[in-house]
Design a protein. Structure first.
Length: 64
């Protein structure tokens, strides 16, 4: 799981180096509710467990 996290962060860092790639990423994950105007981030994930594991890993990084 740590390797997956590192791979994700490396890919994200590469994307953020390019303004065009960053704009594409933002367009692909940000949605606006047409009825309320609320903006949210939608990130496709493998499962709820994956999200839980990622959040636990991030929590551990901040507690050290």
């Amino acid at each position: 799981m740590v390797a997956q996290g590192i791979s994700f962060l490396s890919g994200l860092a590469e994307t953020l180096k390019s303004p065009e790639a960053t704009a594409q990423l933002v367009d692909s994950i940000v949605e606006q509710d047409e009825q309320t105007g609320a903006t949210s981030i939608k990130i496709p994930v493998e499962s709820k467990e994956t999200v839980s594991n990622i959040l636990n890993l991030i929590g551990k990084l901040f507690t050290k």
